[in-house]
Each structure stands twice: as structure tokens, then as C-alpha cells.
Design a protein around this ligand. Structure first.
Ligand code: A2H
Length: 253
């Protein structure tokens, strides 16, 4: 990683009832899967949440009375950022794996989908962010490739207990126009770099690099209320909007 701290926006994806077994004792509380993103302005295009099936997560008590689900590493970092009752300490309410929360229904901010589901992604790293990633297949090649894998392969869905209705109705949403890439830049980039699946790491890295730079410098919003505004100019205001509605928090590492 580079010098100095990296700032992420943590998107609070609210767990809907009924809670899965491992979270059942927390019923009645506000429980969130918290996803670390560098692209808060893309949250209009969320279609699902990613967790790694065999990764270990914890549900921790926040100062606010809410419960966050993330890696233990991220919980520790949060405890030094004034997010828990006592600095440097965190209270684990439940320990779980990604598989334990697979298929869970969530309410995510800004997206037009009323419910999004928790789905498997195999390339999530433990040592970055919260270990939970929100999915924007219109603008993230990783997300598009992983969602397409699930849509194409029934056996892949079955392996992780994912029902068709959690995946098949969800399509990339046009939210940002990028010159030469159109309004679904990740889809275009995956075609150009011949990304066949989420395991094509070299092709994906090329696709990501190009689309990420172009999107940031030349991307223009097409979402209602932000039409014609540059991505660079709306990133902070959209982050602030979600923070103001208690739908996001800033997190550093
Ligand atoms: B980004 P950086 Cl639309 N493992 O959010 C793998 N990937 C992770 C992760 C983890 N533990 N934690 C976060 N990420 C993803 C949106 C997005 C992102 C778009 C386009 C590009 C993009 C929606 N997914 O990232 O290594 C998250 O995906 C391209 C870099 O810290 C997060 O932002 O630079 C980004 O990677 C953080 O990666």
C-alpha cells in the first residue's frame, strides 16, 4: 500500500429479518454488514454484497448501540477510531464465517433495488477494508465478473446455497458515463480485456486500472439529481449525504 492512511467509506448494509442462525440472538438490534469502498458515488448502482465463504467475521457492538459485521482486524482498527464505547476495545457479540451469512437479505443506501443479497466472492482479501465488499457491476470489473459467474453457473450458486431470485433479476445499472466506455464501463472493460471469469486476474487487473482512472478523471454522472456532474466533484458530497443519513461512516487504515 502507499504512504499514509487510506480513507474508505463504510457502507452500512442493513440486515433484514429474519436473521440467519448465527445472528439470531441479535434480533431486534440494528445489524449491518459494513462494506469498505473507495467509490461512494457509485452506490446508486449496488446490486448485491460480497463476502468470502471461508473468511472469519465478527459481529461487534458499536458505541451507537448498533452492531457491525466485519473482520476482527477491521473491528480492532475501528476501536482506535472512536467508534466503540471504549477506545482500543471491542465487544464481540457473535463469530461467524462468510457462509453463515450467505444469502442474507440487506437494505443498502441509494440503490434502486429494494433488497440486495449477500453472495460469494472468492478473491476478497482479509487484510484490506472490512472483508465485506459492496457490488457495483456497472463500474467495477471485479464485481461484474463475479456476478456474471454466479448468473452463468447454477452449480456455483448451489454450492453456496444461493437461490436464483437472489441473482438472476439483478443487472448492472447505468450510473456514470465514461468517454470511450459508455455507461456500463466495467462491462465494456471486461469485454475489451477478455475477462472470462473472476479467476482471470491479469485481465481483470488491466480492466480495473483503465476503467478506474478513466472513471475518476473523465466520468460524468447520469444519475437523477447529479446529471452532468463530474465524478470527482460529487464523490465527497455523496459520501456526506450518506453519512448525514446514518448510512455510512468514514474508516481509515
Ligand atoms: B470498490 P484498494 Cl464501483 N478485498 O468499491 C478485495 N477487494 C476489496 C476489499 C477486500 N478486502 N475491500 C474493498 N475492496 C474493493 C466499489 C468500486 C471499487 C468500484 C470500482 C472500483 C473499486 C464497488 N465495489 O475498487 O486496494 C472495493 O471495491 C477498485 C480499486 O484499497 C474498494 O472500492 O484500492 C476497493 O476494492 C479498495 O481497494
Amino acid at each position: 500500500e502507499g504512504v499514509g492512511p487510506q480513507e474508505y467509506t463504510l457502507i452500512k448494509m442493513k440486515v433484514k429479518e429474519p436473521f440467519p442462525d448465527k445472528l439470531r440472538a441479535l434480533a431486534g438490534k440494528n445489524v449491518y454488514l459494513v462494506a469498505a469502498t473507495l467509490r461512494p458515488e457509485t452506490m446508486f448502482g449496488q446490486t448485491n454484497c460480497w463476502v468470502k465463504p471461508d473468511m472469519k467475521y465478527v459481529a461487534v457492538a458499536m458505541k451507537s448501540g448498533e452492531v457491525f459485521v466485519c473482520t476482527q482486524r477491521a473491528a480492532r482498527n475501528m476501536s482506535y477510531q472512536e467508534m466503540m464505547a471504549e477506545n482500543g476495545k471491542f465487544k464481540v457479540l457473535a463469530e461467524l464465517t462468510g457462509q453463515d451469512i450467505m444469502g442474507v437479505a440487506l437494505k443498502a443506501p441509494l440503490t434502486s433495488y429494494e433488497t440486495v443479497y449477500t453472495l460469494p466472492m472468492l478473491n476478497i482479501q482479509y487484510g484490506k477494508g472490512t472483508g465485506i465488499v459492496t457490488s457495483v457491476p456497472s463500474d467495477s470489473p471485479d464485481d461484474f465478473a463475479a456476478l456474471r459467474d454466479l448468473k452463468k453457473k447454477e452449480a456455483f450458486r448451489e454450492k453456496y446455497g444461493i437461490k436464483d431470485h437472489m441473482v438472476l433479476p439483478y443487472e448492472p445499472v447505468p450510473i456514470i458515463e465514461v468517454p470511450e466506455f459508455g455507461n456500463l464501463s466495467a462491462v465494456t472493460a471486461c469485454e475489451r480485456y477478455k475477462v472470462g471469469s473472476q479467476n482471470d486476474r491479469d485481465q481483470l487487473n488491466d480492466a480495473k486500472e483503465e476503467v478506474y482512472k478513466k472513471g475518476f478523471y473523465d466520468g460524468v454522472m447520469i444519475v437523477k439529481g447529479y446529471e452532468g456532474q463530474k465524478v470527482q466533484d460529487v464523490k465527497k458530497p455523496i459520501q456526506k449525504l450518506m453519512i448525514g443519513k446514518n448510512e455510512a461512516v468514514v474508516y481509515q487504515e
